[in-house]
Design a protein around this ligand. Structure first.
Ligand code: GLN
Length: 496
């Protein structure tokens, strides 16, 4: 159930608003109707229709008076990891149910300042820990795409920004915010046939985003097109003195290189990403990507990232270590849930045992273990050293090339329940996305093809630090060459 207005890209909706082809109230109402019709996807934890329509009305007035901002009147969905003033923010956890922040995250404030309209808060894996959006306290999200085998199994949208990806794909918002710690923008974008970029660490402020692993967390957009990603990232980026890891760097025009030829660009193919047992269709997709770029005049070069195989194990030391520290603040005293006990210690224990999900507890236990006095050097310090080597791998590779091209994920979307029994299997989803997170370099997923069941598959473009513009340029070239029909509804009709 989509209509013309919910099929628009961010850019085409912006053009339509400027030309007064429709109003922001109409555009917003169309999305609110689609949200209601698609509640079965469970993409939103909270819908905020009254706020959205009030914002849309204000935007229409701005258009009438001619002082419209860059994203004026565009309805967006916000991952429920971003604190939104006076609007419930949960991180998809019971421990934060009912929490209404007294402040707005920097990134969402920037989007509001640029005139966008917020439709509601999007579902995610609890505290952004997961790759399938199955760990949310508010229930799993369903991918609007289904396999063309006639069985109609419900598929995961990827995670942790699964609500964001499902909502954009199904037309329940024009675009959405996501966050990416080890792949949570890129992998769901790949699973839902969307574009998504994790910028360089430090590009977007983390202030007011509920922290998972502070040295890895980055905000970014999930959108229908590469151009939309550039537009939204533009608004989300910029120095923020409230975040000590935010970089004081000028934000370039991310749209400036879109459509420019990739002729002469050097595209590196890291040989370590050819993993044993990699599905044939993923290898084929990767080769197709190379051919497209070569045909456009790019030079394909072989490069090596020798420490790739240590990225995932190292990530699963560093991310839980930081998570265990960040999640210490949820104690039943300051925010959300409180389950009283006979004394303060028992209150802590009761609250945390009942408030956190299983995956959160697993990570807290791993994290406190690797940070404990006896194991700190053996695990945490060692992992930090390996992380440095992983970073250096990238910097060496970038002496030979401008960007890297890899698959985004080792598979297409899988069925709900699959991979659920074995956390390690679930962690393998991020094998191609985690290294760039460890190195802090920008990475984007762009839809590039379909698997044997008609499900979307993404290719990943990784760039030099602060060079999102080239990542977007190459992503745009792939998007153009692939020329896919990426509506989950009409694609299946045409495939049937
Ligand atoms: N799937 C990874 C994890 O569970 C990454 C999540 C993320 O990027 N937020 O840690």
């Amino acid at each position: 159930m989509t209509n013309e207005l919910t099929n628009l890209t961010l850019k085409s909706a912006l053009d339509g608003l400027k030309k007064k082809e429709f109003s922001s109230v109409e555009l917003t109402q169309a999305h609110l109707d689609a949200m209601e019709a698609h509640r079965d996807l469970n993409a939103y934890i909270l819908e905020t229709p009254d706020q959205a329509l009030a914002q849309a009305k204000r935007s229409d007035e701005k258009y009438a008076s001619g002082d419209n901002a860059p994203l004026e009147g565009l309805p967006l969905g916000i991952k429920d990891l971003f604190c939104t003033k006076d609007v419930q923010t949960t991180a998809a956890s019971k421990i934060l149910e009912g929490f209404k922040p007294q402040y707005e995250s920097t990134v969402t404030q920037k989007l509001l300042d640029d005139g966008s309209v917020f439709l509601g808060k999007l579902n995610l894996d609890q505290f952004a820990m997961g790759s399938a959006n199955t760990t949310s306290y508010f229930g799993n999200v369903i991918n609007p795409w289904t396999r063309n085998d006639g069985k109609n199994s419900q598929l995961v949208p990827g995670g942790s920004s699964g609500g964001s990806a499902a909502a954009v794909s199904a037309g329940l918002c024009l675009a959405a915010t996501g966050t990416d710690t080890g792949g949570s923008i890129r992998q769901p974008a790949s699973f839902c046939g969307l574009a998504g970029i994790k910028p360089t660490y430090g590009r977007c402020s983390r202030w007011g985003i509920i922290a998972f692993a502070s040295s890895l967390d980055q905000a970014g957009p999930i959108t229908k097109t590469v151009e939309d990603s550039a537009l939204l990232l533009q608004s989300m980026s910029g120095f923020d003195p409230k975040d000590s890891t935010s970089a004081n760097k000028a934000v370039p025009d991310f749209t400036s290189q879109l459509g420019q030829s990739v002729k002469g660009l050097k595209v590196g193919i890291p040989k370590e990403y050819f993993m044993d047992g990699m599905p044939e269709e993923i290898v084929k997709l990767w080769n197709k990507g190379k051919e497209w770029l070569r045909a456009e005049g790019a030079e394909i070069v072989d490069v090596s990232l020798p420490h790739t195989k240590y990225a995932l194990p190292t990530y699963y030391i560093i991310a839980p270590a930081e998570a265990s520290s960040n999640l210490a603040r949820y104690d039943g005293v300051r925010y959300g849930l409180r389950v009283p006990g006979k004394d303060i210690n028992e209150t802590y224990k009761n609250t945390r045992a009942e408030g956190f999900g299983e995956e959160n507890i697993r990570r807290i236990m791993i994290g406190t273990y690797v940070l404990s006095a006896g194991y700190y050097d053996a695990y945490y310090i060692k992992a930090q050293k390996v992380r440095r080597l992983i970073s250096e791998d990238f910097m060496k590779a970038y002496e030979k090339c401008d960007v890297l091209l890899t698959p985004t994920a080792p598979s297409a979307a899988f069925a709900i329940g699959e991979n659920e029994d074995d956390p390690i299997k679930m962690y393998l989803n991020d094998v191609f996305t985690v290294p760039a997170s460890m190195a802090g370099v920008p990475g984007m997923s762009v839809p590039a093809g379909f698997d044997a069941h008609g499900l979307p598959l993404g290719l990943q473009i990784l760039g030099k630090p602060w060079d999102e513009a080239t990542v977007l340029q190459v992503g745009h070239a792939i998007e153009k060459a692939a020329a896919l029909n990426l509506s989950p509804y009409t694609h299946q009709e045409s495939a049937a």
